[in-house]
Design a protein around this ligand. Structure first.
Ligand SMILES: [Zn+2]
Length: 259
């Protein structure tokens, strides 16, 4: 084979390789791997477990969240210490909710284990019920410990006084699929917590696909408030982003009260 022919073959091979790269349906490929899910329509929560094998736990799991918090037994006094600090945040409108990513630094301590705050997000109406009662919204603070175990703190949100910390977030919500930093000063998550920190605990799951279990849940008994207008502003973007309550099965719910 002469040099010219060899070079020509090499160029043809590279061209073919590039053509295959360009033609390969990467976006739809990704879609097959993680199918879209939603709260209404065909891909609503009743069908999550059927969308892909990766979401099977949504259907067959026995420790799913959220639940109706009822019949709690008295547990140890509060074993949760909040060590949050004001941090830079970025707001993500991810198509399922408004999520606020928190820069590393904030931790909570549950029974002597430190969990770092990763992000918080909102649901409307609330996902958990307390004695059958649904709140207007629910805040979820998602934490992870060094071993990768998740702990989520749930805070019920009722209609009431306007919430300045929420206003700061709502004013910076980007379009769907986009991320926005709150670039003024750092955000102090403690402004989104109620005064009293009594909570219900139980073993549950993520409330969105893949509904993975092994999540430590702590739902605070005291709600916070946002104004009716603030609820409406969220509902205009996400009219419903709450999974219905799941069976409690044999799980124990404990109430941990502040001393
Ligand atoms: Zn959530």
């Amino acid at each position: 084979m002469n040099i010219v022919k060899k070079n020509w073959l090499r160029i043809a091979a590279i061209a073919l390789f590039l053509a295959i790269l360009c033609l390969s349906p990467l976006p739809s490929f990704a879609k097959v791997l993680t199918p879209d899910w939603s709260y209404q329509g065909e891909t609503n929560p009743q069908n999550w477990g059927k969308l892909t094998r990766d979401f099977a736990t949504c259907e067959i799991g026995k420790k799913q969240s959220p639940i109706d918090i009822v019949g709690a037994v008295k547990g140890k006094p509060v074993q949760m210490v909040f060590n949050y600090q004001a941090s830079p945040v970025e707001i993500v409108n991810n198509g399922h909710s408004i999520q606020v990513n928190y820069a590393p630094g904030g931790t909570i301590d549950i029974d002597g284990t430190a969990y770092s705050l990763l992000q918080f997000h909102f649901h409307t109406p609330s996902e958990h019920q307390i004695a059958g009662k649904t709140a207007a919204m629910e805040l979820h603070l998602v934490h992870r410990d060094a071993a990768g175990k998740l702990a989520v703190v749930g805070v019920m949100i009722n209609a009431g006084k306007e919430n300045p910390a929420i206003a700061k977030i709502w004013n910076a919500i980007p379009p769907t699929g986009k991320t926005n930093p709150i670039d003024s000063d750092n955000f102090d998550i403690t402004n989104l917590l109620p005064l009293h920190k009594s909570y219900y605990s139980y073993a549950g799951s993520l409330t969105t696909p893949p509904c993975s279990e092994g999540v430590n849940w702590a739902v605070l008994t005291e709600p916070i408030t946002v104004s009716q207008a603030q609820i409406r502003k969220f509902e205009q973007l996400y009219p419903i982003d709450a999974r219905p309550v799941q069976l409690t099965n044999t799980r124990k719910i404990e109430l941990h009260e502040t001393l």
